[in-house]
Design a protein around this ligand. Structure first.
Ligand code: C2E
Ligand code: MG
Ligand code: MG
Length: 754
C-alpha cells in the first residue's frame, strides 16, 4: 500500500529469539484482553506500529481469511478496500502521536478469500508498556449488524414519513395540499424518479393525475388515463391491489401511462388509495432505471396511500358536518350561524376595506295559514320555491339565509345608497308576489321586509340583526307586504316598550296596579248612576302612571289578560262594597275590556265567574269595548260579545264615533250603551259639525233603544248642550276626575248653570 507510512516506525522491532520471547509475553497479556472479547470477534491480531501483522492470537476466522498462515507477515491494510485504508491510516497516526492510547470502532471493508466484501470493525489498543512496541487489533465482522441497522433506519424513516403526512392532515391541510405533500414525501423517501396521485372518477371512467412530484409535476390536473387502460395505477384501482413492474418494456401485459412512457419510465409500483367507504384512486412511483421494488417499498407506499385515504375521508366527513351545521336542511340555504359568521367577518374589516352592506329580513305574511291549511309538505315545497326566488333576486356574492320557519335574511354587499337597498326590497316583494306553482295548486304569498344598514357607525352583527328585526316589526305594523328601513327612533321605542313590559310584569306581581273610579251622571237628574273603573299604576319611582302608556304594551305582550283580570276582580269587590252600603244609590259598574281579551275563548266564562264570586247582579256590570275592537274583521269579536251578553251584563261601545262601524254591523251586536268619544264633546260648543255629530249619535242611540253617554265633559256649557240634545249620561272632569274609591263622592250633582 503506497500510502502506508513506513517512516512512522519509532522503535525498531527486536529480532530473532528474543523477539519471539517478548512476543509470547505480550500474548499472555493479551489473554486478559481476550477474555474481555466477545465470542463474536473474528480475530485478535498483534500488529506492529508499521502495520505489519506480527501474530494472530485468537478466534481466527477462516471465512475472513484470517488464519495465522495467511496473515502473519502481511500488512493489515492488504485486504482492506482502497477507499477505507485512509481511515485505517488515520487510526495508526493517532496512536503514533499518542502512544498507549486506543482507537476503537474503525470500520473498513475487508476482502475475503472468496473476494466478497465484508464490513469489519477494528479496535486498536497500543501496548506501550509491552516490550515490543505493538498494537493489539481486535477485529469483528459487523456486516449483518450494519445491514440490520440500515434497514432499521430505513424503516424508521418511512414510519416518520407516514407520520408526517398524518400530522399534516391533523393540522387541517386541505385535500390538494395533502396530495402534494404525499407525493413529495414518497418521492423523497423511496428515492424514486417520480410519484403520482391518481384520482378515480368512476362516473367518467377515468383516472385523473391529481398531483405529481418529479418530472410529471406539470402534468397534474391535465393528464388522464382510462379506467381500463393496462397501466399500473388503473390496474391498482380496478383490482384494489399493489402492482409491481420491474421492467415496463419487458412486461407483455402492462405499459407505462403515455406521459411517462415518453419520459422513459422503466420500473413502476402502484397501490390503490382506498378508504373505508370509497376508493379515491391510486398512488404510483416510477424510476427511469431498473429497480426491483421490495415488499417493504410496497408496504410503505400502501401506508402512505392509507393515511391519505383516511385523511381525505375524514376531511370529506368534516366538510359534510360543517355544511350541515351551517345550512338549513330544507332549503340548503345558509342558516343563522353562517349569516352571523359572515356578517361578523365583514364588520371586522377595517372601515376602509369594508364594503357598504345591508341586511334585509324577509318574513312571509301569514305563512302559518299555509302550513295549517295545506299541510307541511306543501309548506315545505313553497319554502323551497321561495328560497330559490330570493336567491335569484340578489347577486351571486350576496348571502341568502333561512333564519327560522318563514323568516329569511339577505346580506348584500356593495349596495351603494339606501335607495338601492329599498330597490332590492321592492324586487323581493315583486318576486314573491308572483303565484307559486306547486304540483297540485298555485299559492300566493306576500312578505314584509325589514332593512338595516350600518350607516357608517360602528356596529356588531348582533345589533344589526336586532335593528333589522325592529324594522321588520315596523313593516308588519304598517300593514304587511311592504318594507321599513330601520331608524334609531324605532329602536328607542322598541327598547322603551321592552322596559315597560319588563316593569309591568314585576308590577303585576307586586300588586302595583290599582283601580280608580270616575262617576257617571244622569244628565236629566244630576244623579250618579254609575262609575267607570280605570286602571292606574302606582309606580314606586314614577308615581301614578296613566293607562295610555302601559295598556298598549300590555296588549302587545299579552299581559293584558292578567291585567284585565286584576282590574275586574278589584272593581267587582269594590262594587260589592258599594252595593252593601244602603246610603248609596244603585250603581252600574263599567269595566273596560281590550280587543285582545276578546280573543280568549274562555273570556265569558271567567268574567261570569268573577261577577258571581263577588255576588254581583250581572245587570249591574257593563263591559266597555272600543269601537275599533268591535270592528275587527273577523267574526270572533262578535261571538265573544254575544257570549258576554249572555251572562246578563251590559255592553257599551267605547270611544264611539272614532271608528267607522256600519250601522248594520252595530244593529247585529247586542249592545246597550254608546259612549260618545271625547273629541266630539270637546267641540260641541264651538264646532257646529261636532254638535251635529253628537246630536245624530244620540238620536241613533235612542232609535236603537240604547243609552247615550258623553265622555270627557269638562265645562258646564258642554253639559248644558248635552242636556239640550237629550244625551242620557255624562262623565268628565267637570263632574269628577277618576279617583280612588275612598275619595269618591257618589251623591247628587246639581247641574251647572248654562
Ligand atoms: P276610556 O275607557 O275611554 O276612558 C276614559 C278616559 O278619559 C280616561 O282616561 C279618563 O281619565 C279620561 N277622562 C275622563 N273625563 C275626562 C275629561 O273631562 N277630560 C279628559 N281630557 N279626559 C277625561 P284614562 O284613565 O287615562 O284611560 C285611558 C284609556 O285606557 C281608557 O279610555 C281605556 O280605553 C283604557 N283603560 C283604562 N283602564 C283600563 C282597564 O282597566 N282595562 C282596559 N282594557 N283598558 C283600560
Ligand atoms: Mg271606557
Ligand atoms: Mg272612551
Amino acid at each position: 500500500v503506497e500510502t502506508w507510512p513506513t517512516t512512522r516506525r519509532r522503535e525498531p522491532l527486536a529480532s530473532g529469539q528474543s523477539r519471539r520471547t517478548r512476543l509470547r509475553s505480550a500474548l499472555e497479556e493479551v489473554d486478559r484482553l481476550r477474555e474481555l472479547l466477545d465470542h463474536g470477534a473474528a480475530a485478535v491480531l498483534v500488529v506492529g506500529r508499521d502495520g505489519e501483522i506480527l501474530d494472530a492470537v485468537a478466534a481466527v476466522d477462516d471465512e475472513l481469511g484470517w488464519t495465522p498462515e495467511a496473515v502473519i507477515g502481511h500488512h493489515l491494510a492488504d485486504r482492506v478496500h482502497p477507499d477505507d485504508t485512509g481511515r485505517l491510516l488515520d487510526a495508526f497516526a493517532e496512536l503514533a502521536t499518542h502512544p498507549g492510547e486506543r482507537v476503537h470502532g474503525v470500520v473498513v471493508r475487508h476482502r475475503t478469500p472468496t473476494s466478497r466484501w465484508r464490513h469489519v470493525r477494528l479496535d486498536l489498543d497500543d501496548r506501550r508498556d509491552a516490550a515490543v512496541g505493538a498494537v493489539v487489533v481486535t477485529a469483528r465482522d459487523v456486516t449483518e449488524e450494519r445491514a440490520t441497522t440500515a434497514e432499521l433506519e430505513r424503516a424508521v424513516e418511512r414510519q416518520a414519513a407516514v407520520a408526517e403526512l398524518g400530522r399534516r392532515a391533523l393540522e387541517g391541510a386541505g385535500p390538494s395540499a395533502l396530495a402534494r405533500e404525499a407525493v413529495r414525501i414518497v418521492r423523497r423517501t423511496l428515492d424514486v424518479g417520480g410519484c403520482e396521485l391518481w384520482r378515480h372518477l368512476p362516473s367518467e371512467g377515468l383516472l385523473l393525475l391529481e398531483a405529481a412530484s418529479g418530472g410529471s409535476r406539470a402534468d397534474a390536473g391535465r393528464v388522464t388515463v382510462a379506467g381500463d387502460d393496462p397501466v399500473p395505477p388503473a390496474v391498482a384501482v380496478e383490482e384494489r391491489r399493489a402492482v409491481v413492474v420491474d421492467d415496463l418494456g419487458a412486461d407483455p401485459r402492462l405499459a407505462a401511462p403515455p406521459h411517462l412512457e415518453s419520459a422513459g419510465a422503466v420500473s413502476m409500483l402502484a397501490v390503490s388509495v382506498t378508504g373505508r367507504f370509497a376508493s379515491y384512486g391510486a398512488l404510483s412511483v416510477h424510476t427511469d432505471r431498473r429497480r426491483i421494488f421490495t415488499p417493504q417499498d410496497t408496504r410503505f407506499l400502501q401506508s402512505i396511500a392509507n393515511a391519505l385515504a383516511l385523511a381525505l375521508e375524514r376531511r370529506r366527513a368534516e366538510d359534510e358536518t360543517r355544511h350541515l351545521a351551517l345550512h338549513d336542511p330544507l332549503t340548503s340555504l345558509p342558516n343563522r350561524t353562517l349569516l352571523v359568521d359572515r356578517l361578523e367577518g365583514v364588520l371586522d374589516r377595517s372601515p376602509a376595506s369594508r364594503p357598504d352592506l345591508a341586511v334585509l329580513a324577509v318574513d312571509l305574511d301569514h305563512f302559518k295559514v299555509v302550513n295549517d291549511s295545506l299541510g307541511h309538505d306543501t309548506g315545505d315545497e313553497a319554502l323551497r320555491a321561495i328560497a330559490r326566488r330570493l336567491r335569484d333576486v340578489v347577486r351571486p356574492g350576496d348571502l341568502v339565509a333561512r333564519l327560522d320557519g318563514d323568516e329569511f335574511a339577505l346580506l348584500c354587499e356593495h349596495v351603494g345608497s339606501i335607495d338601492r337597498v329599498e330597490a332590492i326590497a321592492a324586487r323581493v316583494l315583486a318576486e314573491l308576489d308572483r303565484p307559486i306553482a306547486l304540483h297540485d295548486r298555485e299559492l300566493h304569498v306576500t312578505a314584509s321586509v325589514g332593512i338595516a344598514v350600518p350607516n357608517g357607525r360602528p356596529t356588531t352583527a348582533a345589533s344589526l340583526l336586532r335593528d333589522v328585526d325592529t324594522a321588520l316589526y315596523q313593516a308588519k305594523d304598517r300593514g304587511r307586504n311592504g318594507w321599513a328601513v330601520f331608524d334609531e327612533s324605532h329602536r328607542r321605542r322598541a327598547l322603551h316598550r321592552l322596559e315597560i313590559e319588563h316593569d309591568l310584569r314585576r308590577a303585576l306581581a307586586a300588586d302595583e296596579l290599582v283601580v280608580h273610579y270616575q262617576p257617571v251622571l244622569e244628565v236629566a237628574t244630576g244623579d250618579v248612576v254609575g262609575v267607570e273603573a280605570l286602571v292606574r299604576w302606582e309606580h314606586p319611582t314614577r308615581g301614578l302612571v296613566s293607562p295610555g302608556e302601559f295598556i298598549p304594551v300590555a296588549e302587545q305582550s299579552g299581559l293584558i289578560e292578567q291585567l284585565g283580570d286584576v282590574v275586574l276582580r278589584q272593581a267587582c269587590a269594590q262594587a260589592r262594597a258599594w252595593a252593601d252600603d244602603e246610603r248609596l244609590p244603585e250603581l252600574v259598574l263599567a269595566v273596560n275590556l281590550s280587543a285582545r281579551q276578546l280573543l280568549r275563548p274562555d273570556l265569558a266564562a271567567e268574567v261570569g265567574e268573577v261577577i258571581a264570586a263577588a255576588g254581583l247582579e250581572p245587570g249591574r256590570v257593563c263591559l266597555e269595548i272600543t269601537e275599533s275592537a268591535l270592528l275587527a274583521e273577523d267574526a270572533s269579536a262578535t261571538g265573544a260579545v254575544r257570549a258576554l251578553k249572555a251572562l246578563g251584563v251590559g255592553i257599551a261601545v267605547d270611544d264611539f264615533g272614532t271608528g267607522y262601524s256600519s250601522l248594520s254591523h252595530l244593529t247585529q251586536l247586542p249592545v246597550d250603551v254608546l259612549k260618545i268619544d271625547r273629541s266630539f264633546i270637546d267641540g260641541i260648543d264651538g264646532d257646529p259639525h261636532d254638535r251635529a255629530m253628537v246630536r245624530s249619535i244620540v238620536g241613533l242611540a235612542h232609535d236603537l233603544g240604547l243609552v247615550a253617554v258623553a265622555e270627557g265633559v269638562e265645562t258646564g256649557a258642554q253639559l248644558a248642550t248635552l242636556a239640550a240634545i237629550g244625551c242620557d249620561h255624562a262623565q268628565g272632569f267637570l263632574i269628577a276626575r277618576p279617583v280612588p274609591a275612598d275619595d269618591l263622592e257618589l251623591g247628587h250633582r246639581p247641574l251647572a248653570p248654562g
